[in-house]
Design a protein around this ligand. Structure first.
Ligand code: 13P
Length: 249
């Protein structure tokens, strides 16, 4: 049985003061929920978040990492550094990293491997653009992004990872994939893994991301292959994020 998982991707938002208010509100209400919960604040706030989260059970994640361990890589942050600040998870290949910062599949694979080598659990983000969906290329794009990792690192690496399906056209737009549209892609992702290793496929959690709100969370999370959500905008509003966590159990 896969435990449901809701992760908040704060993106480039937050202040020391707002973070403290948000984390305090989450801490009191998340205790007792059956689902796992994580937040992914910007790098400079990880230490603050780790201190405030304490033993609340809410996990900490980062939004990105370097593919390298250390060295002359100005501006970069490595997996071991994130581990020292209490991170368990790290997003890899978010569509904003792919589109705005030009991260190719091969960079994403290198970051995925670096995360695991550093003891972190990568959350591999995949998803098609609006043009790709309209051209009927959704499954081709998503399966290519997933195959990039499997072909280079082997299917078993997925055991210690999470996959997030985030259709680019649904991110920050208010347009959510319907539960049926999302389930179709989630099922395809799981089938792709199952063709290589059914046990890995059965265990790996596949999250949905893209305009998840309290209003649509329950239906999305009720789909057989949707194991929770990666939440952007709604993760910045305590009441909304908590309602989404409750929808996941
Ligand atoms: P929104 O929930 O704001 O659409 O963002 C989704 C996302 O990109 C999470 O990583």
């Amino acid at each position: 049985m896969r435990r449901k998982f809701v992760a908040g991707n704060w993106k480039m938002h937050g202040t020391l003061q707002n973070n403290a208010l948000l984390i305090d509100a989450l801490k009191v209400s998340v205790a007792g929920l059956a689902c796992e919960v994580a937040i992914c604040p910007p790098y400079p706030y990880l230490a603050q978040a780790a201190a405030l989260l304490g033993s609340s059970g809410i996990q900490l994640g980062a939004q990105n990492l370097s593919e390298f361990v250390s060295g002359a890589y100005t501006g970069e942050v490595s997996a071991p550094m994130l581990g020292e600040f209490g991170c368990r998870y790290v997003l890899v290949g978010h569509s904003e990293r792919r589109a705005i910062y030009g991260e190719s599949d091969s960079v994403v694979v290198a970051k995925f491997a670096a995360a695991q080598a550093g003891g972190l659990v990568p959350v591999l983000c995949v998803g098609e653009s609006l043009e790709e969906r309209q051209a009927g290329k959704t499954s081709e794009v998503v399966s290519r992004q997933l195959a990039a990792v499997i072909d280079r690192l082997g299917v078993s690496v997925l055991t210690k990872s999470v996959i997030a399906y985030e259709p680019v056209w649904a991110i920050g737009t208010g347009v959510t994939a319907s539960a049926g549209q999302a389930q179709e892609v989630h099922q395809a992702i799981r089938s792709q893994v199952a063709a290589l290793d059914p046990v890995v496929a059965n265990g790996v959690r596949v999250l949905y991301g893209g305009s998840v709100k309290p209003q649509n969370a329950k239906e999305l999370f009720g789909q057989p292959d949707i194991d929770g959500g990666l939440i952007g905008g709604a993760a910045l509003v305590a009441g909304d994020f908590l309602a989404i966590c409750r929808a996941a159990g």
